[in-house]
Structures are given as structure tokens and as C-alpha cells.
Design a protein around this ligand. Structure first.
Ligand SMILES: [Fe+2]
Length: 294
């Protein structure tokens, strides 16, 4: 647990970050997975002054950002779950929800095996993987203390990604929009939807005065310099990966072999706890996005 600003608290194990904005009628940002919520709930129970949670903001619909919803709804039954319209629609698809549930269970098993869970969560009820209210670019959410969070679309990582800006505290919540930084400082490029949109999003978000960068996973960059470094490393990692994949494709290397190399390079840190087939699928999306531009 870490107080990031006067109004923002960070919870979670560092792999799955949870942010509480405000001291009354607060906004919880990020949902993580069931394993993540198990760790969050343990910290939450120790919190002396617990704010009431009014909104739960889902930053995008990847499994490691939505599978915590059912457990969070149990903890905060009055809270409204909010996400982009695209994420809301995705979470209506039964096939998708089954796949999300399986990935969540995989993480529970891995965390349990490693002894990382305070209590082992039950398998999620995928019927509870749902969004109550959709937001779009230009919308804002208010906490009970009058704090305002502005919502932006942040495509490129996924079409359902949003960012949220708390201007009063200069905090930008970007989730995975600019990359994943391993504990060793390796930046993984994550332009799974579209390379150009990804670069545009990073460049756009980096224009906002920011002292705290609310990333979905890993260490939270603090101070303008760390924030600037994170964005520039995100851009650099994406450009380097793009150029390297492009060269390999031009040289005739197979997509499978490039995908395997990307997996070996980037699936480090918390990502190594994720299902291998899913991570290979994600790495293939990088190859696909580069190929579409040749
Ligand atoms: Fe993601």
C-alpha cells in the first residue's frame, strides 16, 4: 500500500495495481484478476479508514484487467462498474467470457503454487463479468470529495483501452497503453491492436502534465522525469520491435519463429505467470500488425 498523492492510494502486489482515488465515495481504478483482488482485499481489510467505493473503472477488457470484477463486486456491491463502450460489448460475448475465466483460473493456480495468495479465490462466475455503465472520450467521473477524472480513449494496445486523468493531482492512469515494464527494467511493446494508434496514444498522453503514471502492472513512475522516461521507453520499445520484426519478415523468417523469439525476449516478470498460449497469441499480434504495413 502506498500513498501516491493526497488523493490517490496504490494497492496490490505490484503485478496487479489497484488505485483508489478520493477519500469518500471514491473511484477504484483497475480490476486485475481474482488473484490480484485476493491480495488487494487482504490489504483493504487492514486499511484503517476505508472510503466508500462508488465506481470501479475498468481500463480495458483483457483478462488481467477484468477478471477481478466479480470479486470486487462482492466486496463493493453498491459500486458501478464502468468501462469503454467497446469493453462493455466485448464482455457480453459468452465465448470471450469463458476464455477470460480460464485465464483467470490459470493465474490463480500459478499464484497458489508460488504461495503468493493470502486466500485462494474461487473460480469466477463469468456471468458477473459485466460492465454497468459505458463511458467515452470527454466523459468524466467525480468522487464524493469533488475530484474529477477525465476519460480518454487510448487505442493501440486494444480497441477498448481508456486512460483517465486526475488533473488536480497530475495523475494519468494509462493501464497498458504505453507498454509493460518488467521489474528488471525491460519495456515490452504491446501494440496488440495497431502500431500507429499505439504511438499516437503514447504521444498524446505524454502531453498532459503528469507526476504519477498509473500503470496497470509494475512499478509506478513517480515525478515528471520518471513519467517522461516511461513514455519515451514505451515509444522506443515499440519502434525497435517494429523495425526488428519488419526486417525479419523481409528476410523471409517465418511468423512462428519471429513470434517465438518475441516471446523469449518479452515475456518476463509478471508476464511469465500468464498462460503461454495467450502470450504467444499476443506476440503474434505484434507480428501481424507489422506485416499489415509491409
Ligand atoms: Fe492489456
Amino acid at each position: 500500500m502506498q500513498k501516491l498523492t493526497d488523493n490517490v492510494l496504490l494497492l496490490g502486489n505490484g503485478n496487479f495495481n489497484y488505485y483508489i482515488v478520493g477519500k469518500k465515495e471514491s473511484i477504484l481504478i483497475e480490476c486485475g484478476t481474482s488473484a490480484g483482488v485476493s491480495i488487494f482485499a487482504n490489504e483493504w481489510s487492514q486499511l484503517k479508514e476505508k472510503p466508500e467505493i462508488k465506481y470501479i473503472l475498468v481500463m480495458h477488457s483483457h483478462f488481467d484487467h477484468v477478471c477481478g470484477i466479480p470479486m470486487l463486486k462482492k466486496l463493493f456491491p453498491e459500486a458501478q462498474v464502468i468501462a469503454s463502450q467497446v469493453a462493455q460489448k466485448i464482455l457480453l460475448l459468452d465465448k470471450v467470457k469463458v476464455a477470460l475465466g480460464k485465464a483467470d483460473e490459470f493465474i490463480i493456480n500459478t499464484y497458489a503454487k508460488e504461495g503468493l495468495l493470502p486466500t485462494r479465490p474461487d473460480k469466477i462466475d463469468i456471468n458477473n463479468l459485466k460492465v454497468d455503465l459505458a463511458v467515452k472520450e470527454g466523459d468524466s467521473l467525480k468522487s464524493g470529495d469533488g475530484l474529477k477524472i477525465d476519460v480518454f480513449e487510448a487505442p493501440g494496445h486494444s480497441p477498448c483501452s481508456i486512460a483517465a486523468y486526475l488533473s488536480s493531482d497530475k495523475v494519468m492512469f494509462i493501464s497498458d497503453a504505453a507498454g509493460y515494464m518488467t521489474p528488471d527494467g525491460l519495456m515490452s511493446p504491446v501494440f496488440f491492436q495497431d502500431y500507429d494508434l499505439y504511438l499516437q496514444t503514447i504521444k498524446r498522453l505524454s502531453q498532459f502534465p503528469t507526476e504519477v503514471l498509473g500503470v496497470g502492472h509494475g512499478n509506478v513512475p513517480l515525478g515528471a522525469n520518471q513519467v517522461k522516461d516511461f513514455y519515451s521507453q514505451g515509444l522506443q520499445a515499440a519502434e525497435e520491435a517494429f523495425n526488428s520484426i519488419k526486417e525479419k519478415l523481409i528476410q523471409g523468417q517465418s511468423e512462428e519463429s519471429i513470434t517465438a523469439e518475441l516471446f523469449n525476449t518479452y515475456i518476463k516478470g509478471a508476464l511469465s505467470y500468464y498462460p503461454e498460449d495467450m502470450m504467444l497469441g499476443s506476440m503474434y499480434l505484434l507480428v501481424k500488425n507489422v506485416k499489415s504495413r509491409l
